[in-house]
Design a protein around this ligand. Sequence first.
Ligand SMILES: [Zn+2]
Length: 149
Amino acid sequence: MIEQDKRMKELQDSLGSTNGRWLQLSDMRRIRARLVTTSSECSVCRELIEELDERVDHAADQNGNVTRQERQAYTRMVSRMKHHLQKQHGLISDGYYGSLYMALGVSVGLLIGGMLFESIVFGLPIGIGIGLALGAGMDKRAQRQGKVL
Ligand SMILES: [Zn+2]
């Protein structure tokens, strides 16, 4: 497990940001570590790790120069991983609560504006401000709990 992470780090260093950018290796090392922690009880995670390792090894063999189809397949795999970790293992994306509460804040702001100021525009900054503050707090908490992907 640790060996593959070391390999990914080396690949990240050797390919740099030119040939290796599409591999998103710094993100993928973090995501792989997540998958490893849940893989003991989840066969999907085990399969995803296997697929990732194969694709990374292949990319390393080709020095990052793989076909467009292979890149697309890789990108789809990354989405599948994120989706799986979010749906099955309760992880959230970075800034998840921020955008959620921001959207809520807009609705609440329109409501407040309509009720208190008889102008929906005045309520907006209040609603958004509250939404952002709440969302930031929730995001920080999720980060501390290790729930952020
Ligand atoms: Zn899983």
